[in-house]
Each structure stands twice: as C-alpha cells, then as structure tokens.
Design a protein around this ligand. Structure first.
Ligand code: NAD
Ligand code: UDP
Length: 324
C-alpha cells in the first residue's frame, strides 16, 4: 500500500537515501529541510518525480501537513563540527523540531520515528552499549547541545506516547558512513577519504586507540524502515549499527591502503574534549524485533564510499555559514 510520508532532514546524508528508498517503494514522500548541512545535489535526481516533493523549511518553526501516514524525523546536524557550529540552534532543532514532528503526528495520527543517536550514551563505561544503559553524558561540555538535545527529544517521544498515545519509534543510530556524506563535515570517514584522495596527511586525533563501529548507509536505512514497520506496541529505543569495532588508527590504515596514495598518518592533534573512547552497539534487540543485522563489511562499504568521493566536485559543497 502506498503511504504518504514526511522525511525531515531529507536533503541530508541519511535523509536523501531514505527518500530514495521510500520513493522507490512506491510511496509519496515530502522532504523537508532547511539546507543547513543538506544539499539539493543529494535529491536532484528525485526532482520532477510525482511521488516526491521538497519543502524548504526550518523545523524549529511549526509546520502543518495533512494526511500523513508516517514521519521520519531526521532534521538535525549530525557531525560534531556541524552541530557545534551553533550549539543553541542544534538544541532548538532537536527539541523544537521533535516537538513539532510529534505535534503533527498527534494531529494527523501518523507514526513518528525519531533518529536518535549512540551519543545518548555519551562516553560509555559499559561496552558494548545495550539500550538499557543510561549513559555517561557531560551535560555542560561542547557535545552536550547534541547529546542532551537528542536525550530531550527521546523524552518528548515517550511523553507524547504516554500522554497522547502517539505511535513512536526511537532508533539510536551508531556511526554511519557512505556516499553523500558531506565532504567537509569533519567526520572521520569523510575526512580520511578526502585527505587520502588528495594525498594529504591523515589527521588522527589523539593516539588513534579510540574505537568506533561503522555501519554502511544501506544497512542503516533498512534498519530505519524495519523499525517504522514494527507493530504499534514496539516503541524502541533500539540500537542500529554495526557490531564490528575498529580503532581510528585501524580505519586510517585501511583507507590509506585502499586509496593507495602517498598520505602519511599524522598524530599531532589532541583528542577533542569528551570524545568517546569506545563505542559499539549491542544489537540483540534489533536482531530480535526488527529481524535486522548489518550485511555490509567495512571494506566493501569503504570501497563504495571511496568510489563516490572520486566523483564529487568539492566546489559544490561549502562549510556551514551563518546564513542558513
Ligand atoms: P546530515 O547533517 O547530513 O543531515 C541532517 C539534515 O537535517 C540536513 O539535510 C540538514 O540540512 C537538516 N537540518 C538541520 N537542521 C535543520 C532544521 N532546523 N530544519 C530543517 N532541516 C534541518 O546528517 P545525517 O548523518 O544524515 O544525520 C541524519 C540524522 O541521523 C540526524 O538526526 C542525526 O542526528 C542522526 N544520526 C546520524 C548518525 C550518522 O552517523 N550519520 C549517527 C547518529 C544519529
Ligand atoms: N577523528 C579523527 N580524525 C578526524 C576526524 C575524527 O581522529 O579527522 C576521530 C574523532 O576524534 C573520534 C572518531 O574519529 O574519535 C570519530 O569521529 P566522528 O567525528 O566521525 O564521529 P563521533 O563518533 O565522534 O561523533
């Protein structure tokens, strides 16, 4: 059955892949974005498709749309450099944006899925992180605008569910990478690939012993759609991410080897404040409730991401400016 679906943040990295997936499945998709970190280039191929509509709008301002079946709330800068650019705005986007999505969901009786994050666990002292872990977040540090904003958004989701019986799905996304990452977002995969392709030094922060687990975008989108399709009694939160853990030094070496350039690995930069030392999802719940597990190995995903970066015209992207 064809559904009418709103994707906020739909011109971003994950949002644009989600729009593709939903349009290809025959749904009618409304993509809402203020183009802070998203780019029209990500959705240009959908323009003119009768099942796709783009609305330029900032989710911190309310919005009204009629007759929706589902809302995927992805609007929010996700890379540390992007969300710390204007931390007050980031908090507003998370909290007000989620409240507006929920208000709309309540009015039109749509399901609302919130793109939450592994950052709700902060710098975790439990490893790997199950959904029951309540986290170790510094509420006053430079990452707090994002971490606490997303935590508040989760609270709102559950309060709307308890108070108004709004149908909710909270998905905690772990580090995801792939084609259409913003080349200047400062995230580790995009930085390393861009640096390696340009023959520049690979910038490891700290000694590179901190770990992350990297999920390829196609796997992640599959997890989001499966979460949305669960029965009304399933609310999450549910972790979606890859269980294979790598140190940042492992990743740097892999990228240099795969790109095959002359880049050297540089370790002269300090670890950013509150940078989590390790991160890896426990995905037992996703396996059981969504019948989901990642299928794409890091090397295969990196290959596809490197191939995409080779085609990118970097002049089409800018670092975020105050004019969004
Ligand atoms: P992204 O920056 O590419 O996408 C975010 C999109 O939201 C962009 O298109 C941006 O322009 C838009 N946006 C930002 N503020 C807005 C506002 N006020 N009004 C309307 N649109 C706004 O990042 P992404 O990686 O695609 O992340 C998408 C979502 O997934 C985010 O909510 C993020 O927190 C979450 N997430 C992503 C990851 C990851 O590894 N990619 C990990 C955890 C959580
Ligand atoms: N990192 C790095 N060099 C870079 C960019 C990031 O060493 O050029 C490190 C960063 O300090 C962190 C990890 O890579 O430990 C992942 O960073 P990213 O910004 O991608 O995501 P995070 O998981 O920290 O939100």
């Amino acid at each position: 059955m064809s559904k009418r679906i709103l994707v906020t943040g739909g011109a971003g990295f994950l949002g644009s892949h989600l729009c593709d997936r939903l349009v290809n499945a025959g749904h009618s998709v409304i993509c809402m974005d203020n183009l802070f970190t998203g780019v029209m280039l990500n959705i240009a191929h959908l323009e003119g498709n009768p099942n796709f509509e783009f609305i330029r709008h900032d989710v911190t301002e309310g919005f009204k749309i009629d007759a929706l079946d589902e809302i995927y709330n992805l609007a929010c800068p996700a890379a540390p450099g992007h969300y710390q650019f204007n931390p007050v705005k980031t908090m507003k986007t998370s909290v007000l944006g989620t409240m507006h999505a929920l208000g709309l969901g309540k009015r039109v009786k749509a399901k609302v899925l919130q793109a939450s994050t592994s950052e709700v666990y902060g710098d975790p002292d439990v490893h790997p992180q199950p959904e029951s872990y309540r986290g170790n977040v510094n509420p006053i540090g430079p990452r707090a605008c994002y971490d606490e904003g997303k935590r508040a958004a989760e609270s709102l989701m559950f309060d709307y569910h308890r108070l108004h019986q709004t149908r909710i799905k909270v998905v905690r996304i772990f580090n995801t990478y792939g084609p259409r990452m913003h080349p200047f977002d400062g995230r580790v995969v995009s930085n390393f690939i861009r640096q390696a392709l340009a023959g520049e030094a690979i910038t490891i922060y700290g000694d590179g012993s901190q770990s992350r687990s990297f999920c390829f975008v196609d796997d992640l989108i599959d997890g989001l759609v499966r979460a949305m399709e669960t029965g009304d009694d399933f609310t999450g939160p549910v972790n979606i991410g890859n269980e294979q853990e790598f140190t940042i030094l492992d990743l740097a070496q892999k990228v240099v080897r795969m790109v095959g350039g002359a880049s050297r690995i540089e370790m002269s930069r300090p670890l950013p404040q509150d940078d989590p030392k390790q991160r890896c999802p426990d995905i037992m719940l996703a396996r059981r409730e969504l019948k989901w597990a990642p299928t794409i190995e890091l090397e295969a995903g990196l290959r596809r991401t490197i191939d995409w970066f080779k085609t990118v015209d970097l002049t089409q992207y800018r670092a975020p400016t105050p004019n969004y």
